[in-house]
Design a protein around this ligand. Structure first.
Ligand SMILES: NC(=O)c1ccc[n+]([C@@H]2O[C@H](COP(=O)([O-])OP(=O)(O)OC[C@H]3O[C@@H](n4cnc5c(N)ncnc54)[C@H](OP(=O)(O)O)[C@@H]3O)[C@@H](O)[C@H]2O)c1
Length: 404
């Protein structure tokens, strides 16, 4: 058994280098994770079979066959056993190392100074992307930029100050990006506020979670759309807009009668509503893009449950902060770390297999954990086309912005 596992490991290792280096093929999960020769098995298979047959008969090899060096015992074993192990190799997990090269690609990530946003930035930067770290606080943004350069020297990144809870800040940030006259290949709507215990408002008077998580990203996407279109015109690769939702959407409803929780506020209900709205936005955006034959993709992802600052940022007492911190560490051990939580985002942003209007997340227990990324469960209320169209209209009215 140990030999089988070693062989399986050897198949998987060799595939990643051989397929990319020799054939420049992407090594996504769906590909058989065996050496190139085994993806096109006939020649090697028959050569090995011939050799085995000749050896068994103790017949001398024909002259023409002697010109090619005979396969070694290990090669023969690999050739015969790898196809049998292919189902195991096929279930191999998609990893950050599977991200294709992103040289000359520009990516803007909201809330990139911590958690999933930071790790998304790091992994994409390592593949050569130029990262625009969109952060609400300049100091935290600069600290994240410094950390990025320490974690991976030589990467390209810059800070864009963006507070999604302020219409003025969103317009300023978008103007800064557009003034660079550069295409934007990837927009990752990642930032979020999670369940403040008391109702708060953005500077424009929206309930904080609906205003930041939903309307802020709607406005940013609308304003940056020309740069995404420029990327679509400049390159064959399709630009993507990735929006981060949550399993919390499963219990949510959109309360169109009280979107801003003015009549009654529940921290979790407002968060759940905002994450359902993120999904409705993704799917409505996808429908509108496809209706106009746009090459731009709209895709959603969720991290399961991951150890980030999400559950800790807020005005909590020292005691509650300690409890929340302990809880966060437990999540990191039992469920996902922040780096693991970034995998579905990275998949939605870069995997060739990700689909228009797709929604991706971890495949483990209750979609909360796991290192394998795949299609996520979409609750019926997230597939409500009429609600999505209505929410789009409401977002246009709230932001005074129209696109598509
Ligand atoms: N962690 C999980 O278990 C989990 C589960 C499901 C979904 N998610 C989703 O994953 C995404 C990333 O969250 P995370 O877990 O990585 O949490 P995080 O570490 O707290 O990151 C959230 C980011 O959003 C930023 N942000 C908050 N308000 C903002 C505003 N007004 N303008 C701009 N940026 C703002 C935060 O900035 P500051 O650092 O300045 O506060 C931070 O950088 C969110 O969409 C969240 O809903 C997370």
């Amino acid at each position: 058994m140990s030999t089988l596992l070693t062989l399986a490991g050897s198949c998987r290792r060799s595939s990643r280098t051989e397929t990319t280096q020799l054939l420049s093929l992407p090594t996504w999960k769906s590909r058989a994770l065996c050496p190139v020769s085994l993806q096109q098995p006939e020649p090697d298979f028959f050569a090995a079979a011939l050799y085995a047959a000749h050896s068994a008969d103790k017949q001398p090899l024909a002259k023409a066959d002697r010109a090619t060096p005979a396969p070694t015992r290990t090669e023969i074993l690999r050739i015969f056993i790898c196809p049998l192990l292919r189902p195991i190799a096929m279930s191999s997990k998609w990893q950050a190392s599977d991200i294709p090269p992103l040289t000359n690609k520009r990516v803007l990530i909201t809330g990139a100074n911590s958690g999933i946003g930071y790790h998304t930035a790091l992994k994409l930067a390592r593949k050569g992307a130029h990262i625009l770290l969109a952060c609400r606080n300049r100091e935290r943004g600069e600290a994240a930029l410094a950390r990025l350069h320490t974690d991976s020297p030589g990467i390209q990144a810059e800070l864009i100050v963006l507070d999604l809870a302020s219409r003025k800040s969103i317009h300023n940030a978008a103007a800064t990006v557009l003034s660079q006259h550069q295409p934007l290949h990837l927009l990752i709507n990642n930032a979020a506020v999670f369940a403040p215990p008391t109702r708060q408002e953005t500077s424009d008077g929206f309930e904080l979670q609906f205003g930041t998580n939903v309307l802020g990203h709607f406005a940013l996407t609308a304003l940056l759309f020309p740069a995404l279109q420029q990327a679509a015109n400049d390159s064959a690769a399709r630009p993507r807009i990735v929006t981060i939702a949550s399993i919390a959407h499963k219990r949510a409803q959109i309360n169109f009668g009280d979107l801003h929780s003015s009549q009654s506020y529940s921290p979790m209900r407002a968060y759940q509503q905002s994450k359902l709205a993120n999904l409705l936005f993704t799917f409505e955006l996808d429908r509108r893009l496809r209706a106009t034959n746009s090459p731009i993709m709209s895709v959603a992802a969720h991290p399961g449950v991951a150890h980030t600052n999400l559950f800790q940022s807020g005005n909590y007492s020292a005691f509650e902060k300690t409890l929340r911190s302990l809880f966060g560490h437990a999540i990191g051990i039992v469920l996902n770390s922040d780096s693991e939580g970034a995998l579905p985002t990275l998949y939605a942003a870069t995997a060739p297999n990700a689909k228009d209007g797709g929604y991706y997340g971890p495949q483990g227990f209750q979609e909360m954990r796991g290192h394998e990324v795949g299609p996520a469960f979409i609750a019926p209320q997230a597939a409500d086309v009429a609600a999505a169209a209505r929410l789009w209209q409401v977002s246009e009215q709230h932001t005074d912005l129209k696109f598509l």
